[in-house]
Design a protein around this ligand. Structure first.
Ligand code: DQA
Length: 150
């Protein structure tokens, strides 16, 4: 694969509140603004980009399963609080076998100890944590030139 062509960006619970939520950790960009920048860049890079946010674990699992049926070839995912709890989302990603990068706005290793545990990192291609909204953009650059297969 010479760069991802069909990319899905998934955001988990409370990330719909970006822009107003604990801005010292998560910055002032809204999710809408971040997604718009990602869509623009993906278009320039010759890829299609879809975005999805939900506060519901079940809906997030469904969306991951749907990704395989749609032919999504790379996922950027910020599982938010489900990072630290969701075996179901991990299993969904493992089941679909789509390569993904785990993104966190904040540096999860510099916060409460429970945030250091992730159900995703060991099956991710990689992780970006602590670079704010630019973490999504850097992950997208990676996806646009990704050539490996899991
Ligand atoms: C987060 C970090 C998580 O620990 C937290 O529950 C979030 C956001 C981040 O982007 O830094 O909701 O994933």
């Amino acid at each position: 694969m010479a760069g991802a062509k069909h990319i899905l960006v998934i955001n988990g619970p409370n990330l719909n509140l970006l822009g107003s939520r604990e801005t010292e950790f998560y910055g002032k960009d809204t999710l809408e603004a971040i997604n718009a920048r990602l869509a623009k860049r993906a278009g320039e890079g010759g890829a299609r980009l879809a975005t999805y946010q939900s506060n519901s674990e079940a809906e997030l699992v469904e969306r991951i399963q749907q990704a395989r049926r749609e032919g999504v070839d790379f996922i950027l995912i910020n599982p938010a609080a489900y990072t630290h709890t969701s075996v179901a989302m991990r299993d969904a990603l493992a089941a679909v076998g789509i390569p993904f990068v785990e993104v966190h706005l904040s540096n999860v290793f510099a916060r409460e100890s429970f945030r250091r545990e992730s159900y995703f990192t060991d099956i991710a291609v990689g992780i970006i944590s602590g670079l704010g909204a630019s973490g999504y953009e850097l992950a997208l650059e990676f996806a646009l030139q990704y050539s490996g297969k899991r």
